[in-house]
Design a protein around this ligand. Structure first.
Ligand SMILES: [Zn+2]
Ligand SMILES: [Zn+2]
Length: 278
């Protein structure tokens, strides 16, 4: 059981950070530059969590940012919880409207032969079958070489982490589930603390929407951003050459709403003290 748990935690962190660092912050937003080995290591993590073709994934995500919480947003929960969670996947698998078409929106990623190969000519069904086949082979080899507990842990972690981006897409665009650190016009994104932890930094989603090009999403001391820590570690190891930091963003931080009443109360107390002293 210990072996299973250790392997599960390892795979969970690798897969979740693979999506956050590889698919999201690197390929979708180019928020840092790194060695190909570092890039492929994290992309493999995300691929093992059934994220499919990185080109398809990035096309959907770029459309999400560009058309956030409008009809053109592939997965805004504003138009139904199911659509926000997974109902958006099937309508965006074969006929692509221009603003989502991977061939138009992800020309940069088509330059990479590995991504071109696993995209299967933007045929979603084939790309998913390739992903499933690869993963089954990977888990089987892990099981044979390292013990069945390790193979099963890899498989279970992949299904758990597969849920993470779907839950982030949904919960982090429902205002009552979190707080806004930034006000962005027409954008319902919020920071959700428990997803900040479970999705290794991706839950600080309102921060991310305020500055999508930043490699860091957690900005306050309590907003732990494991993925950003891994990117910093890559810099220390010489694998990451440039990091896009959100310096200007940190100065624009709003107070979280839940502190607003306390702040007003304290201001009132201060002014009462001053008036009674004078
Ligand atoms: Zn979003
Ligand atoms: Zn993004």
């Amino acid at each position: 059981m210990d072996k299973f748990l250790i392997a599960f935690v390892f795979f969970y962190v690798w897969y979740a950070a693979g999506i956050a660092i590889g698919y999201h912050r690197l390929l979708s937003h180019h928020s840092f530059r790194c060695a190909k080995a570092f890039e492929y290591f994290w992309i493999l993590g995300g691929y093992l969590a059934y994220q499919g073709s990185p080109i398809w994934w990035c096309a959907m995500h770029r459309a999400h940012h560009k058309w956030v919480d409008t009809e053109k947003d592939p997965h805004s929960p504003k138009f139904g919880l199911w659509r926000g969670y997974a109902g958006w996947i099937v309508p965006h698998t074969s006929k692509f409207p221009e603003h989502i078409n991977p061939k138009l929106q992800c020309r940069d990623l088509f330059k990479d032969p590995v991504y071109r190969f696993i995209d299967c000519g933007s045929r979603f069904g084939q790309a998913i079958w390739l992903n499933i086949t690869f993963n089954m082979l990977f888990f089987t080899v892990c099981g044979l070489l390292l013990g069945w507990q390790v193979g099963v842990a890899g498989l279970v972690a992949s299904y758990v982490v597969f849920q993470m981006p779907l839950i982030v897409n949904t919960c982090c665009h429902i205002p009552k589930l979190g707080y806004k650190a930034f006000t962005v016009e027409g954008d319902d994104s919020v920071n959700v603390w428990w997803l900040g932890i479970l999705a290794v930094g991706e839950g600080w989603h309102n921060n991310h929407h305020a500055y999508p090009g930043a490699s860091r999403a957690g900005l306050r001391p309590h907003e732990v951003d494991f993925s950003y820590m891994m990117i910093r570690l890559g810099k220390v190891l010489g694998l990451v050459t440039h990091i896009n930091e959100p310096h200007s963003l940190r100065k624009r931080l709003n107070r979280p709403r839940r502190h607003g009443a306390i702040a007003r109360f304290k201001r009132r107390q201060r002014s009462q003290k001053l008036s009674s002293a004078s």
